[in-house]
Ligand binder design. Structure first.
Ligand SMILES: [Zn+2]
Length: 288
């Protein structure tokens, strides 16, 4: 099952209300959510960006709590689906580890499947349809995704081996795009780490160089996503969690809140077409 086929189902209004995307990853599910909730095919669409940034109220992502998805999490879906969508275009629920739902959760979920709500689409992610309860399996469309093992396997099979590959996967770059950018990707990551990991003075001196590296709108969008990923890494660092950015400073919690607010503001301003360098300078002054 390819993207083109899903596009076709959506445009002809034949999309089912529930899919098990066997071998599918979140990037694919978010892409599908963006096609379901947004008709626009524009590069700088705000709706789609909010979806990809996990910042859209109508796209709800459920991850296993501990080993499996719990019944309370399924009840939460019931409750959320009882409300109308915030944007009026429907709701998409993405459930990770759907093949690992425990029995109670499966039964609660079954009720949800038996009484589908209009404009609610369920995207189940998991490795094997064999692990789904038969009752669930028979009520969802099962699609095996060709590109199942995802970004990394495809990237490696094409000989893409730059250091920042994982970060490029995290910010939802396609393998094609990563291939195009392979010669500059590590340099970009280095620049951002260099600027944001240093003093305010150094950062302000260097930030104007970003204007040249990220010369067009598409590249600036990647720059923003890299900065978002860096800020996420700062939070992970403070919590002692794994992240892909290597050495980053360890900040206290009250300082991190500053980073959190500043990145939200930066994201909003960039989407509303703010001046790139000025916005980056403003961001640096807020956080460093
Ligand atoms: Zn869109």
């Amino acid at each position: 099952m390819s993207k083109a086929l899903f596009e076709n189902l959506i445009s002809t209004k034949r999309l089912s209300h529930a899919y098990f995307l066997e071998g599918g990853n979140e990037t694919f599910a978010l892409w599908l959510a963006s096609r379901i909730l947004c008709g626009a095919h524009e590069d700088d669409c705000i709706t789609c960006k909010r979806i990809y940034n996990h910042n859209h109220p109508d796209v709800i992502v459920i991850r296993p709590e501990g080993l499996d998805v719990k019944v309370d999490q399924i009840r939460e879906i019931h409750e959320k689906a009882a409300y109308k969508s915030a944007d009026g275009k429907g709701q998409v629920f993405i459930i990770h580890g759907a093949d690992k739902m425990n029995i109670q959760a499966s039964n609660a979920f079954l009720k949800f499947l038996e009484e589908p709500k209009p404009n609610v689409t369920i995207l189940l992610l998991g490795h094997s349809k064999e692990l789904l309860l038969e009752t669930i399996r028979s009520r969802v469309q099962i699609e095996k995704l060709e590109d199942s093992s995802g970004f990394m396997k495809t990237a490696v099979s094409r000989g893409l081996m730059f250091n920042g590959l994982g970060i490029f996967e995290e910010i939802h770059i396609s393998v094609d795009q990563a291939e195009e950018l392979k010669d500059v990707a590590d340099k970009w990551i280095h620049s951002i780490r260099d600027i944001l990991g240093s003093s305010r003075l150094h950062a302000l001196q260097k930030v104007q160089f970003l204007e040249k590296d990220f010369e067009n709108r598409e590249k600036r969008n990647i720059c923003l996503r890299l900065v978002q990923s860096y800020v996420k890494a700062l939070f992970a660092e403070a919590k002692g969690q794994y992240h892909l950015w290597g050495n980053v400073p360890k900040y206290q919690w009250h300082e991190l809140l500053k980073w959190g607010k500043a990145i939200d503001e930066l994201s909003r301003n960039m989407y509303s077409n703010g001046h790139f360098t000025l916005q980056m300078e403003h961001f640096i002054k807020r956080v460093l």
